[in-house]
Design a protein around this ligand. Sequence first.
Ligand code: S3P
Length: 435
Amino acid sequence: MTPLRGTVAVPGDKSISHRAVLLAALAEGTSTIRNWLPAGDTLATLEAVRALGVSVDIAERLPHSWDLRVEGKGLRGLRRPAGPLNCRNAGTAIRLLAGVMAGQAFPSVLDGSEQLRRRPMGRVTEPLQQMGADIRAEAGHAPLSVRPAPLHGIEYAMRVASAQVKSAMLLAGLYQDDRVRVHQPGPARDHTERMLMAMGAVVSAQDGWVTLGDAPTGGRRLLPLDMTVPGDFSSAAFPIVAATIVPDSLIVLRGVGVNETRTGLLEVLRAMGASIRVSNQTVSGGELVGDLTVGFAGVHAVAVAGETVVRAIDEFPVWAVAATQATGDSTVRDAAELRVKEVDRIAVLAGELRRLGASIDEHPDGFTVYGPCRLRGASVDSHDDHRLGMALAVAGLVADEPTIVHDAACMADSFPGFVETMAELGAAMQWVEPV
Ligand code: S3P
């Protein structure tokens, strides 16, 4: 096994990149967004914003980091799109856009890939309908059809802690004057709230309730953004786990977002014995950013449940890989949400890790990995799920024989340059067929 060594940056945060381009489109004036993530998912939002008549300039184009200039049209300045807005595989794009489209004076249709059409949309259409929106799903699934309707305030308790649902409601809330209050059963990521506040909106959070205040005299308006998107902690998770489990590794990841609604994995890995240090903390665009130093460490099993799950929800595929190298039985519960992500991330993950020799059992709301497992190389498949594909590639680093991850192009849905970044750190990872 070749150790991972060196210093790299991971691409910009996916959640923040979606929000930045969408909210900048609604601002009054020109926004500057640096280190924006040009990935499959976020490009869907950028194209949707352009289809709504907003000019987005790429001021600087590095391979995996763009600087954008967005000419905001104000809340009421979007144009009727020529056709359905294609959200591709991006749950965040379709659910956030649903909130914005609900407030428009023109009809629209939101659609996406076959994979996206399988994901539940009732969780977002129901509260929007309760706010007065005329939004319909086909049996709870995309395509979503939205028509103009007057909106009003709401007090709403979400059944699952979903940042996408919360965000859709706050965004729809910009199109009416009353208060919007959303209760979250757990601490879902708060990037929308932070960005809205930076743009002058009155948003507060207390006792699990997030509130968009009554409209100020003169109506609601958003100021333009000037921000640098932090590195994506969810992308950093892959080299973090790789350096933790590949002997003799020592890496530094620069400029990673460490907003605590996102860093559940850090706490979980530390509880397993991992060596992860956060240094040089600064605030950028209202978000906490730091450098992460990660070294190899022998890890032991841990049980994860409750609110930590919400703050680590996207990291369980790669956490499962860490668990295969841990001594003892590692379990995650309270994570039924994993079944409605890009794919059923419990069933598909268990199936693919077993092909590599892992011992893993499914539960309705999680799974148990019986470690340590000796992994052997095998042919595995991402099932067109970016995070599953990257997790399997990390597993391949500690397997006895080479591992081939099929259907790997989807890794660029969130982490363009994943293979190259890992190779730069010295990981024995390469494309079989270049994409
Ligand atoms: C996201 C929220 C989470 C997360 C997804 C991105 C976001 O989904 O899993 O990858 O950007 O708001 P839910 O809001 O459905 O939990």
